[in-house]
Design a binder for this molecule. Structure first.
Ligand SMILES: [Zn+2]
Length: 180
């Protein structure tokens, strides 16, 4: 496989850790998974850049400066409707973004046994999470936001497995890279 470069960002920050269930937060989980993923990708000879999520503008600037082959930010979904569950990956609408989103969603859903909601276009009209939409739209490379499951759903929560999610994302990335 030809080596690739990728920008990876955990969702949220230690100060504002995003959604939570007990002591488990989006930031804590996504940091653990992104750290593991960077280790695996580096070991396999790819160039993985860790992007912090301090401010959207800094993130977008840094990603566009690095100009990687593609990138992703990791979040965990949350809803007041406890029944909502499943894996989805947001993209901006580009052909490559859609392909990347689908490969990752298929892979996570396959390995974790979550419902596959597939690739979802992030747009302001349907989604109030403005920072997420901005990062997928303002980055020049194919960039997706991965939401492996819903923290708010008890069955999804049981399926959390840090190395397995990392491996699933890596597998999805590889399938995308081999297909383009
Ligand atoms: Zn989030």
């Amino acid at each position: 496989m030809k080596p690739f470069s990728i920008c990876l960002s955990p969702g949220h920050t230690a100060e504002n850790p995003g959604a939570s269930r007990g002591v488990i937060t989006e930031y804590g989980l996504s940091s653990a998974i992104i750290g593991d993923l960077i280790f695996r990708l580096d070991k396999a000879g790819h160039t993985a850049h860790l992007i912090g999520s301090d401010s959207n503008r800094n993130q977008v600037e840094r990603i566009n400066e690095i100009d990687p082959d593609f990138g992703l930010e990791l979040h965990f979904n949350n809803s007041v409707r406890e029944s909502w569950n499943g894996t989805m990956v947001l993209y901006s609408g580009s052909r490559k973004g859609r392909k990347l989103a689908l490969k990752i969603s298929n892979s996570i859903s396959g390995l974790l046994g979550t419902k596959n909601k597939g690739a979802v276009i992030g747009n302001y009209r349907l989604d109030r999470r403005r920072p997420i939409i901005e990062i997928i739209r303002k980055t020049r490379c194919p960039f997706v936001v991965v939401e492996p499951l819903f923290l708010s759903n008890a069955q999804d929560f049981e399926k959390i497995d840090v190395p397995l999610i990392s491996i699933a994302i890596m597998e999805g990335i590889y399938k995308y890279w081999e297909a383009i």
